[in-house]
Design a protein around this ligand. Structure first.
Ligand code: NOJ
Ligand code: CA
Length: 523
């Protein structure tokens, strides 16, 4: 299976639709709002979108609890609005990925309601139920009992409102209620989800970000059952839509890319031993409310003394294993974690974002990170809990609600940043040193020099366990990364020109200053 060619030049912008732009003044972001901001996204240099779930939902997990896969949630618009958005985006050269949630539905989904009935019906096995309301699974699965008339406990994926769809079991240890991964019941679920993909792809959508992609098959060993299931799904869908693109929330690229995904998020869920992402950016200890940082051992924290090896060892092994299989995706942040700006100052952010956006793979920019939006201390909304602080409305300008919505302050989805210095797009556009222009420049660099593009090329030149300074290379470009408190001497033969620089370098004496990141091109 080949990854679509367009990914070679793709740079993504992630939109949390309820918080992006409200076009009809009801206080919540919507599809027409996204349509009105396409020129802004294009101006930054992004040419693809990932939009978080937009399907009909009771929103107990912000739309990751789908009630109807075939219907746009009325608060975002209509199916026609989505088609119009796709058309408008395509006219501007922007692709769109929707968010597919294949592991579970909402407990308000018609399939689940039917599955809860005592009498056998078409959907009895669409979800995973134990054979007895008093007997919970004893193999680590979470299940809910005593809530429905059907005599059994239903397995959940995440919150109680998210019952797991039945893709079968890799290892069956209780045949009274577990079905095989190639059972008729599992095949029916697979086909149902393929139909959902087909429906939206036929409307022009370019693909999907796939939620919890690693979790389809239960009692799985090394995700083997889930991998086999994805292969079967892609065998069908990629034949019909060879240009469609899929990015997995899996973070084990050597598995996800080999079963047919085109891209995998390089986040660290700690599965399969972890992939090192965590050590780069997110080794913080925070207080129980997640709003005070107690300790920071991340590589990119200037004062930490942690080397980059914890990441490099994992990363290099993986890219060697997956060289031609697809792309890794670094994201500035997403809707599930505190914004990066919460942990780092502007200078550190410039280093981090320069690093991320000049790595191989397909980069993802989370809305608002381009202006340094804050992680706000706001009350929970729609199952967000601590994550809610990273989901607040986009800050456009200094007008009412920072330009997000003309609704009254009490009626907007989440409060906007009330600080008088709250960043906005308007302010960032007037400041040549803003993060916004940094992103614009980084994307331009990617597009100008093939060596700096998405296609895999990364060669480590120098790194060690006992210092932070690292040199690596992409084609003709040399990266000197020194997020530390020490100036460092470097040894590179040849003549170089500076292509990009955060902090300082003394090229004549070959010294890179503390807290600096410089990209050199060999002449
Ligand atoms: C991952 C999503 O990113 C998150 O927001 C959601 O709550 C869970 N999956 C459950 O679907
Ligand atoms: Ca609206």
């Amino acid at each position: 299976m080949k990854t679509p060619k367009w990914l070679e030049k793709a740079t993504f912008y992630q939109i949390y639709p309820q918080s992006f732009y409200d076009s009809n003044n009801d206080g919540i972001g919507d599809l027409n709002g996204i349509k009105q901001k396409l020129d802004y996204i294009k101006w930054i240099g992004c040419n693809a979108l990932w939009i978080n779930p937009i399907f009909d939902s009771p929103f107990k997990d912000a739309g990751y609890d789908v009630r109807d896969y075939y219907k746009v949630a009325p608060r975002y618009g209509t199916n026609q609005d989505l088609e119009d958005l796709v058309k408008a985006a395509h006219e501007k050269g922007i692709r769109i990925l929707l968010d597919l949630v294949p592991c579970h539905t909402s407990d308000d989904h018609e399939w689940f309601k039917a599955s809860c009935r005592q009498e056998e019906n078409e959907y009895t096995h669409r979800y995973i139920w134990t054979h007895d309301a008093f007997e919970k699974p004893n193999n680590g699965l979470q299940a809910v009992g005593g809530m429905k008339d059907r005599n059994g406990c239903y397995v959940i994926s995440y919150f109680h409102s998210q019952p797991s769809l039945n893709y079968g079991f890799y290892r069956i240890d209780d045949p009274r209620w577990q079905k095989g991964m190639d059972s008729e019941e599992a095949i029916k679920t697979r086909e149902a989800i393929i139909d959902v993909m087909r429906f939206w792809l036929s409307k022009g959508v370019d693909g999907f970000r796939v939620d919890m992609a690693a979790c389809l098959v239960k009692n799985d060993y090394n995700d083997e059952g889930t991998r086999a299931t994805w292969k079967k799904i892609f065998d069908v869908i990629k034949k019909e839509y060879p240009e469609s693109a899929f990015v997995s929330e899996w973070s084990v690229p050597e598995w996800s890319l080999k079963c047919g995904f085109d891209m995998d998020f390089y986040l660290d869920h700690g599965w399969n031993g972890g992939n090192g992402y965590h050590h780069l950016f997110r080794c913080q200890e925070v207080d129980k409310n997640n709003h005070i940082i107690l300790k920071d051992d991340s590589y990119f924290k200037t004062e930490s003394n942690k080397s980059m090896m914890r990441f490099l060892n994992e990363y290099i092994r993986r890219i060697n294993e997956t060289r031609d299989d697809g792309y890794y995706c670094f994201l500035t942040n997403n809707h599930d974690m505190p914004r990066t700006s919460f942990f780092y100052n502007k200078h550190e952010l410039e280093i981090i974002y320069s690093f991320m956006f000049l790595m191989p793979g397909v980069p993802f920019l989370y809305y608002g990170d381009e202006i340094g939006m804050k992680f706000l201390n706001v009350p929970t909304k729609e199952g967000g809990y601590y994550r809610t602080g990273a989901r607040t409305p986009m800050q456009w300008d200094n007008s009412k609600n920072l330009g997000f919505s003309k609704a009254s302050k009490e009626d907007i989805y989440l409060p906007v940043d009330e600080d008088k210095d709250a960043p906005t797009v308007e302010k960032a556009k007037k400041d040549p040193n803003s993060l916004l222009y940094l992103f614009k420049k980084l994307i331009e660099l990617r597009n100008t020099y093939e060596d700096l593009g998405n296609v895999q090329n990364f060669e480590l030149i120098d790194a060690s366990e006992n210092r932070k300074f690292v040199i690596y290379k992409r084609g003709n470009f040399y990266f000197l990364l020194n997020p530390s408190v020490y100036d460092e001497k470097y040894y590179l033969d040849g003549n170089f020109e500076i292509i990009h620089q955060v902090g300082n370098i003394d090229i004549n004496n070959r010294i890179i200053n503390k807290s600096s990141f410089v990209v050199l091109r060999k002449l």
